[in-house]
Design a binder for this molecule. Structure first.
Ligand SMILES: *Cc1c(COP(=O)(O)O)cnc(C)c1O
Length: 236
């Protein structure tokens, strides 16, 4: 027996508490349920608890699940792609997702722009920014972000940039995590003057949700605390 519905209730309580602590309304932070590697039966459990936004990282696996769920009548789910965007997967991503949070290069943005089916309309995207400055992490640097946004705005009419996404360093040093999230918040605040559509700040996962909400996150991406630990054996 899984506890998905109980877990979602608890996460929502935590979001409320962390938001209230910093005098933010609970509704200013939305919950993205990260269902990568998890079966559709568990997505349905979360759906029955009222969850409508789901995040996936592996394009092939995700598109299978999205197609199956649509065929079963689950048509009001907003699907977010949060994994690395490989060139050979952009078509699948462009055809199946409502939001793509992990755009960090013009080349990938242009592919998605060209491959997005006209009948689906524009796709919402976020720019993934490398806030931890770790070489192995995806994301454009903070300093290169304004130029990337200017180029995508000019060249990709099928893409609508709605925000920034960041992953903090995996460390127990919460002051480092906070500094990285605050840097992303500052960047978003600067950009939103010129680009009023940039309103979203996707940051915070199971282990750093509190720091993210304190630093202005508008969307936390929670996997483990909802669905339990992941088994990656099928993905390696
Ligand atoms: C897997 C993943 C998450 C969820 O992480 P948890 O620690 O399980 O909550 C969030 N964001 C991204 C980009 C991910 O790849």
């Amino acid at each position: 027996m899984s506890n998905i519905s109980e877990n979602i209730k608890q996460i929502k309580e935590q979001i409320k508490k962390f938001a209230t602590n910093v005098k933010r309304p609970q509704e200013s932070v939305s919950l993205l349920a990260v269902s990568k590697t998890k079966p559709i039966s568990q997505i349905i459990e979360a759906y029955e608890e009222g969850q409508r936004q789901f995040g996936e990282s592996y394009a092939v696996e995700a598109c299978d699940k999205i197609k199956q769920l649509k065929a079963m009548g689950y048509n009001d789910i907003k699907w977010h792609f949060i994994g690395p965007c490989q060139s050979n997967k952009t078509k699948l991503i462009a055809e199946h997702f409502d939001v793509i949070q992990s755009i960090d290069r013009l080349k990938i943005a242009e592919r998605i722009n060209n491959q997005r089916p006209q009948e689906l309309g524009t796709v919402e995207i976020m720019i993934q920014v490398n806030i931890s400055n770790e070489a192995q992490k995806s994301g454009v640097s903070i300093s290169d972000t304004p130029e990337l946004i200017a180029q995508i705005t000019e060249k990709c009419p099928m893409l609508k940039i709605i925000g920034l996404m960041g992953i903090a360093e995996d460390t127990t040093d919460t002051s480092k995590i906070t500094a990285q999230f605050q840097a992303l918040q500052n960047l978003k605040n600067e950009l939103s003057f010129k680009y009023p559509d940039i309103t979203q700040l996707s940051m915070g996962m199971t282990n750093d949700m509190q720091e993210a909400i304190s630093a202005g996150s508008t969307m936390v991406r929670i996997g483990t605390a909802i669905f339990g630990a992941r088994d990656y054996s099928k993905h390696i």
